[in-house]
Design a protein around this ligand. Structure first.
Ligand code: 6R9
Length: 648
């Protein structure tokens, strides 16, 4: 960003108080903020006692060598024991841990006692294959229970997992196996997507022509034909199936590596974000308890994320299972076999807490209000959002059409690097504001600074920074400490630079404004893509919008908007385009009016639903489109280019 701070354009006046009954019985009350403020480390030491330790830690934080943190370093624990065994020992073995819903309609309920047996068998199998504490295991699976079981089996024996999105290419798998030096890969024949089996093993086979591992463990899901390398490939049902269900969990140091997860980054080689055990599990567990108000005896929780995204790690595997939750895992796509599938699953299992992403909410809006209305969603009581800034219109729609105009919506800001939620409302405490993640959770310190690292006053905009270490923080970039320092700790002395633009409103609440790399500079004003997109989405004709700044001879950058129109709107309607420009002008001011508005049928998105604006900038600036390997659907860019009038 330049010296000009982010313009504070969007005005959103709607407010929603927490429901009285939820507030009265909330897991966490306003007192937590006070307590954590008075003694931040004491607060986290207390949260660490949510876990069962083999050796209780006596030291909370070692920050003598910043930015390399050690949390609870003299404590020892087993992460899988905390997620599984202790619930069985507490008498909750019969509680369902996972309601699995396959895309074709098959389903399977797994209790905590059964999960313990499965994880133990898988841990025994990995040990038999030669995996030891400290080794790495790559996991390339669809959204099936074996994904969670594999992660926990690694944790149980002290090996770190590296989960690779089931949609990624052979090239991406090879790079990740190589960087982490993985010993074993766990994959499957395939999984079900969009109504048909979709192969996974061929991508692993291709990756392994370039890098090598000792063994490949293959889950049989679709029963499609697979190529087989004798001596290397093993069926899960044979190798895991014949193991004993007894496995004594060993305690590991709190700083034992738990997983590596690669973030794509916009340039250069993917960064292997390293998370460790005790601090990570403490914050994943606490935030899941606090932000979703989870009551393990009665709630049915559902996070729609893929396991290959950090959200799947912290809010499918580690947070919910450490808290003894009952959760739903769904394998497939949201429109298979019909556009009401998500609502239907909420109704079928009586889901009470739903955690999803803005991209899916906007898709629901596009599909129409009548679809959720066909199902009984009255079990829902808390709604969460993650992954991108949520447009106020999408927030209000979600609350109305999924939350019966009464469920609190928690907009949770965090990153692969932060490991767990950092900024979010608390459902029983916060008066919510559509589009704002509001304030740092108890025990977390976040603020907004300007170019000179000075905290901006209320009403000001700049960069989001985290000013104190937190338990689930990344420990480094795998194999590259210098890049860890350069990327996150060098922009502002002593502060973690998140790479997101943000502003503070008059109450001091934080509004996230998108990645700093995406901020536009128009006639000397920094304008956030998020605000212009939210203004466009608030027009009844627009379902989704992606905005980029394209080089412009007069204004430096000009705003170019790609929009997906709702069903009845006509893309060739010149007056609609003029109307949209004026709508943005009225909502945000004339400076934010897009110079060009281009209706398209799809937008390029990552597997976690983030719009890849870099690719749209290439289109808007008439360049060859850059690297598309982390797109969920790489054909989208061809579609967009074919649709557009020559972009000049
Ligand atoms: C959890 C996750 C991190 C980036 C982050 C920011 C964006 C995530 C957000 C949000 C605004 C929210 N982001 N949640 N922006 N409001 N509630 O998404 O991790 O995939 O590493 O992405 O996502 O830009 O910096 P990750």
């Amino acid at each position: 960003m330049s010296n000009e701070s982010l313009a504070n354009l969007l005005k959103e006046e709607r407010r929603f108080a927490p429901p009285a009954d939820l507030a009265a019985n909330a897991n966490v009350t306003a007192e937590a903020y006070e307590q954590a403020k008075a003694d931040r480390l004491g607060f986290w030491a207390e949260q660490a006692r949510r876990l069962t330790w083999a050796t209780e830690p006596t030291e909370t934080l070692d920050w003598t060598n910043p930015p390399f943190a050690k949390w609870f370093k003299d404590g020892k624990l087993n992460v899988a024991y905390n997620c599984v065994d202790r619930h069985v020992e507490a008498g909750n073995g019969d509680r369902v841990a996972i309601h699995f819903e396959g895309e074709p309609g098959d389903s399977r309920a797994i209790t905590y006692a059964e999960l313990k047996d499965e994880v133990s068998r898988a841990a025994n199998a990995l040990t038999e294959l030669g995996v030891q504490a400290g080794d790495r295991v790559a996991v390339y699976l669809p959204m099936i229970p074996e994904a969670v079981i594999s992660m926990l089996a690694c944790a149980r024996i002290g090996a770190a997992h590296s989960v690779v999105f089931g949609g990624f290419s052979a090239d991406a798998i090879a790079k990740r196996i190589e960087d982490a030096d993985a010993k074993v890969v766990i994959t499957s024949d395939g999984g079900y997507r969009r109504g048909k089996p979709s192969a996974l093993k061929p991508a692993v086979d291709e990756a392994l022509t370039r890098v090598s591992v000792e063994k490949v463990l293959v889950v049989q899901r679709t029963k499609q034909d697979v190529a087989w390398t004798e001596g290397r490939d093993l069926w899960w049902h044979e190798t895991v199936g014949r193991q004993s269900a007894e496995h004594a969990p060993q305690a590991f140091d709190a700083e034992q590596p738990l997983f590596i997860l690669y973030t794509s980054g916009t340039t250069g080689k993917p960064k292997g974000i390293l998370h460790t055990s005790g601090g990570y599990l403490t914050q994943a567990s606490y935030t899941h308890h606090a932000v979703f108000d989870l009551k393990p005896e009665t709630d049915v929780y559902w996070c729609t994320a893929d396991i290959g995204w950090v959200t799947g790690h912290s809010y499918i595997t580690y947070g919910p299972l450490s808290n003894g939750a009952t959760q739903v895992i769904y394998e497939g796509t949201p429109d298979t076999p019909h556009q009401g599938r998500i609502s239907e699953i909420v109704q079928k299992y009586g889901v009470t807490i739903l955690y999803t992403a803005p991209t899916l909410i906007r898709t629901f809006m596009k599909w129409g209000d009548e679809i959720p209305a066909k199902f009984d969603l009255s079990s829902l009581r808390v709604l969460g959002s993650v992954g991108e800034p949520i447009n106020p219109e999408a927030w209000v729609w979600y609350r109305k059409h999924f939350g019966a105009d009464k469920c609190p919506v928690v907009d949770t800001w965090w990153q692969t690097e932060t490991g767990a939620i950092m900024i979010s409302p608390l459902p029983g405490v916060t008066e919510t504001k559509p589009g704002s993640a509001q304030r740092a959770l108890p025990g977390i310190s976040a603020t907004v600074v300007d170019d000179e690292a000075a905290e901006v006053p209320n009403g000001g905009g700049g960069y989001l920074v985290l000013t104190e270490p937190w338990p689930s923080m990344l420990r480094t970039i795998w194999g590259d400490d210098q890049r860890f320092i350069d990327t996150y700790w060098s922009r502002f002395e002593g502060k973690y630079f998140a790479g997101d633009g943000a502003k503070k409103d008059e109450d001091g609440d934080i509004w996230l404004l998108g990645r700093v790399d995406d901020v536009m500079l128009v006639s000397g004003h920094n304008i956030s893509t998020t605000e212009v997109e939210s203004a466009l989405v608030s027009h009844p004709a627009v379902a989704e919008a992606a905005v980029v700044g394209a080089a412009d001879a007069t204004t430096g950058q000009a705003i170019v908007a790609f929009v997906i129109l709702r069903g009845s709107a006509n893309a060739d309607d010149e007056s609609l385009v003029a109307d949209l420009r004026n709508h943005v002008g009225t909502s945000l001011g004339p400076i934010a009016k897009p110079k060009r508005i281009l209706p398209v049928a799809e937008l390029p998105k990552t597997r976690s639903g983030k719009i890849m604006r870099r690719l749209l900038r290439d289109v808007a600036e008439n360049r060859a489109v850059g690297d598309v390997t982390t797109l969920a659907d790489s054909s989208v860019m061809d579609l967009i280019q074919a649709e557009l009038p020559s972009a000049s």
